[in-house]
Design a protein around this ligand. Structure first.
Ligand code: NAD
Ligand code: UD1
Length: 313
């Protein structure tokens, strides 16, 4: 039996990962401070430690008895990184260094512990080489994107200097059940769907022509487990995306269509540092990590909206 640490396991993506890992019969430990996650997202049988990744001593303690760490804990909102620059930095970058540092301590005591961590498409910023391959220039526009790029740079240090094998996954816009619809800092799909369910007009920030590459959460879990399993990958980054572009305007229309409504749309000012075009090239994800495509945005959206209706969240 193997033993895995999932940081941020009470959150949206982390809880889907914990569920998948739990099915294998392995021991799963989740470290989460519940700042945006919920304990009731966790499947049964998981060991839960309530704590903060900024607490280096605690991180070292929970890392001591595991074979690998899936590091997902972060403040996942670009908008929050604009509002609280230093605070999000402490979690998103310093917290990640604490994870690598604890893995280094394990390496020094003879245990080679792998780290697979969440990076982001935000590292590309305003790069226009669409679809974005991993070799495209990284030009983050926000503190969130800069910190995710910082995680990748420290990932290089972790392996080159300290022998900690690691893989960063540049998730594009992930969606699916358990993405918190109640939080204004949540992903756009959850926010729009909640508004339509409550009979409110969703607000498009800017002209709505900005595009995103929406990837269903199941495909993200496939990528995480594939990256952990590939012990030959010692220091690498991969896009986790579909290659398909959806504008925010057409996303709103798709949600209205699924709900069978035609509410008004409000427009608000564009968000500072909002990326205009974010579409990834999934070539290495498919050929090197061997992760197949999952369901379409429309089908994923139907599943997500069904979940929202059935849980009333
Ligand atoms: P989420 O907010 O649902 O999950 C993050 C989890 O981390 C939450 O359970 C939260 O309580 C926990 N957490 C936050 N700060 C913590 C701290 N200091 N100590 C311990 N736990 C802490 O977000 P998510 O969408 O599931 O994102 C997971 C990861 O994927 C994040 O690293 C995020 O930056 C990254 N990511 C997400 C997306 C997306 O579209 N959702 C895209 C790219 C990257
Ligand atoms: C999202 C993720 C981030 C991830 C990145 C990777 C969340 C909260 N953020 O950021 O963690 O690293 O993808 O690509 O999941 N919008 C509106 N109206 C709203 C909310 C948003 O028009 O009410 C627009 C935004 O201006 C943006 C688009 O929708 O253009 C997507 O916004 P959002 O879901 O917050 O995601 P990203 O900023 O792309």
């Amino acid at each position: 039996m193997k033993s895995w640490l999932v940081t941020g396991g009470c959150g949206f993506i982390g809880s889907h990962l914990a569920e998948r890992l739990g099915r294998s019969g392995d021991r799963i430990v989740v470290l989460d401070d519940l700042s945006s996650g919920r304990v009731d997202n966790l499947p049964s049988g998981v060991e839960f430690v309530k704590g903060d990744i900024r607490d280096a001593g605690l991180v070292a303690e929970v890392m001591r008895a595991v074979d690998g760490c899936y590091h997902l804990a972060a403040i996942a909102s670009v908008a929050r990184s604009n509002e609280d620059w230093a605070g999000t930095h402490a979690v998103n970058l310093t917290g990640t260094i604490n994870i690598f540092d604890a893995a280094r301590a394990a390496a020094l005591s003879g245990r080679r512990l792998r780290v697979v961590y969440a990076s982001s498409a935000a590292v590309y910023g305003d790069c226009t080489d669409i679809p974005l391959a991993e070799t495209a220039p990284t030009r983050p526009l926000t503190a969130y994107g800069a910190d995710k790029l910082g995680c990748e740079l420290h990932g290089r240090v972790a392996f080159q200097v300290h022998g900690v094998p690691n893989v960063g996954l540049r998730f594009f816009n992930v969606f699916g059940p358990r993405q918190d619809p109640a939080s204004p800092y949540s992903g756009v799909i959850a926010i729009f769907a909640k508004a339509v369910q409550e009979g409110r007009a969703p607000t498009i920030l800017g002209d709505g022509k900005q595009v995103r590459d929406f990837v269903y959460v199941e495909g993200v879990v496939d990528a995480l487990t594939a990256a952990m399993a590939r012990e030959d990958l010692t220091c690498d980054v991969f896009n986790v995306c579909t290659g398909d572009a959806t504008s925010i305007e057409s996303l709103a229309r798709l949600i209205f269509e699924i709900y069978g409504t035609t509410p008004d749309i409000k427009h608000g000012p564009p968000r500072a540092g909002d990326i205009r075009k974010s579409v990834g090239n999934p070539h290495r994800l498919r050929t090197v990590l061997g992760v197949p495509p999952t369901i379409s945005v429309a089908d994923g959206m139907r599943r997500t909206l069904d979940w929202m209706r059935s849980t009333n969240r």
